[in-house]
Design a binder for this molecule. Sequence first.
Ligand code: PLP
Length: 392
Amino acid sequence: MNIKINENFNHLAQNYLFSEIAKRVKAYTEKNPDAKIIRMGIGDVTRPLCPHVVSAMKNAVEEMGKAESFRGYPPEYGYDFLREAIAAHYASFGVTVAAGDIFVSDGAKSDCGNIVDIFGDNTIYIPDPVYPVYMDSNIMSGRTIKLIPATVENGFLPMPKADFTTGVYYLCSPNNPTGAAYSAEQLQTWVDFALDTGSVILFDAAYEAFVSDDSPRSIYAVPGAEKCAIEFASFSKTAGFTGTRCGYTVVPAALKAGDTPLQALWARRQATKFNGVSYPVQRAAEAAYSQEGLAQCMENISYYMNNAALMAELMREKGIFFTGGKNSPYVWFKCPNGMDSWSFFDKLLTEAQVVGTPGAGFGACGEGFFRLSSFNSLENTKEAVERLRGIL
Ligand code: PLP
């Protein structure tokens, strides 16, 4: 074939993190077939959908099976019932977002990646360590990327620096992988910086439901954010929709580049390349944000948060630096004795039969750190904490 490919794909780093983990675990279990491995690296939920959500989805499927209530293509930006339920969800924690500014999608991953379509050749600022989608989608589009180091010194919550220029800034709070969450004051500094420099913030709030202190659950809790920020959110972690697929992006009408409303560009992008989320899934999502549904979903979140608190308690007991453990399903900690993150991975696997995620897999600044996830059963978490206690 003589066609030209998108050469930018050649610049993507090999994403060997999860395959390398699988390879090492397989090699270990082949040698130690009786070992009871506990997987604390999971970034996926494990608790089932809530009964209220399941029943809404079932009812919607029944509707689709009857001529009088059958529905074809959904509206490109989401059914009004769901956009309004999402706006009401924001209102429930004191944030005003107009239903018309909400774009329903099949999840935050797609939107974080697809948003690149609406921007020209800007400098893209991405924190390190990071959820890899921000990096890879910008590399695929050949964008100029600058990394913002997240370190022990800044508590893994980097702030604007004097040499940062006008650009597109990705922020994720509560953060994957570090679990750290920005305070309102810190987000206000970011918003003021973006307004001063004419920059845009792309704010990933996929873990907002885990916020348990007064950290903002949305960037729109901060005055001025509607003029400089786009927000991604998702039912994946809040309502266990990782396999059901539904998320949303907020592009406020007030957000403009010069005279051009970014909302018009995103609306056009979605209408061109996306055909909506299925009716049963949108009804299920609506149910997740109803009073009854959310109460059930929050039981699952509390379950995970209890696991996270057990891990955080161990770090405190051992005097190990960590972030997360509250506001997040993740605990991010410094590997003991200056170990690098893959060596610690091997130690944990071979000495405690616990699998976690080496921080180096999320970026150079993740080297020397390790992520444990609370998406597991209480029994497994307790057992993993006991085993960790023995080797930390
Ligand atoms: N954003 C962050 C920070 C995530 O960790 C994840 C999933 O792990 C996503 C977005 C993707 O969410 P979704 O399942 O809605 O695509």
